[in-house]
Design a protein around this ligand. Structure first.
Ligand code: IPE
Ligand code: IPE
Ligand code: MG
Length: 247
């Protein structure tokens, strides 16, 4: 029996987030420029998006470019931005065929104009799609998001639009880039690194973490399904005892 058929469709995580890591190493171990790894990484994106939609994942969030990634050499950053534009252009048809809505989180205003424009155009064209929400984290950093949130709430408080007593988890959530997304249930990171790298710190409070040595360009639907199966064999207790869950 293959992995897909073992997955219980009733117990799928609502929101899967992935730190797509290992493109550079995929390329350099083959004697190629890092850029080739990013290029191959887009193939993995296509495959995983399709695989997630097929099995019935409702929210898929992919970490594509972090606030820290701006520190990379300018040539690599420029190539990544060009790759983003060409992928957005080429994937619109697939997103439409598969009824997938594109969404973005992060400081989008920092993107070069062509990338920002293409992104906003695809978001607009796919806004009524229903099957799955695909969120790209671009120029995203959790700390930047939290700073932005605190500033916005402070301004509202100062202007007396809200009272400090109104500040609760829901209000904070409403000011995050992810305000229209549910909490992350499963966080996957490829390439053997076991760290969060400033991704969705608030939103992964109770996520199940899954690390795999597979480098992102080699990641397939089958790898996604392995992660989903692993997730389904865990007991999510949310602070309670095991006995309470089975009562
Ligand atoms: C992930 O692959 C892609 C981005 C961060 C843009 P990396 O480029 O980080 O690949 P490694 O970690 O150097 O192998
Ligand atoms: C995290 O990968 C960011 C993305 C996958 C976009 P990095 O490769 O940038 O992470 P660190 O810096 O090694 O932790
Ligand atoms: Mg990396």
């Amino acid at each position: 029996m293959d992995t897909k058929t073992k997955i219980n469709p009733e117990k799928l995580p609502l929101h899967v987030a992935i730190v797509m890591d290992g493109n550079g190493r995929w390329a350099t171990t083959r004697g190629l420029f890092r850029y080739k790894g990013h290029e191959r990484g887009t193939k993995a994106v296509r495959e995983v998006v399709e695989g997630a939609a097929e099995i019935g994942i409702k929210y898929l969030t992919l970490y594509a470019f972090s606030t820290e990634n701006w520190k990379r050499p300018e040539t690599e950053v420029n190539l990544l931005m060009k790759l983003l534009v060409s992928s957005l252009k080429s994937e619109l048809t697939k997103l439409t065929e598969n009824d997938i809505k594109l969404n973005a989180i992060g400081n989008i205003d920092n993107l070069p104009a062509p990338a920002k424009e293409e992104l906003l155009s695809v978001i607009e064209k796919t806004k009524n799609h229903q099957r799955m929400t695909l969120t790209l984290a671009l120029s995203y950093g959790s700390r930047e998001e939290l700073v932005k949130t605190v500033k916005e709430i402070s301004v509202k408080t100062k202007n007396r639009l809200i009272s400090p007593l109104d500040i609760d988890e829901q209000l904070i959530n409403n000011h995050l880039y992810t305000h229209n997304l549910p909490d992350v249930d499963l966080l996957i990171r490829t390439s053997g690194e076991q760290r969060i790298s400033n991704f969705l710190l608030w939103q992964i409070a109770y996520a199940e973490l899954y690390f795999t040595d597979v480098l992102w360009p080699d990641f397939t639907k089958e790898d996604l399904y392995k992660a989903l199966l692993n997730y389904q064999n865990r007991e999510r207790r949310f602070g309670r005892t095991s006995d309470q869950l089975n009562e």
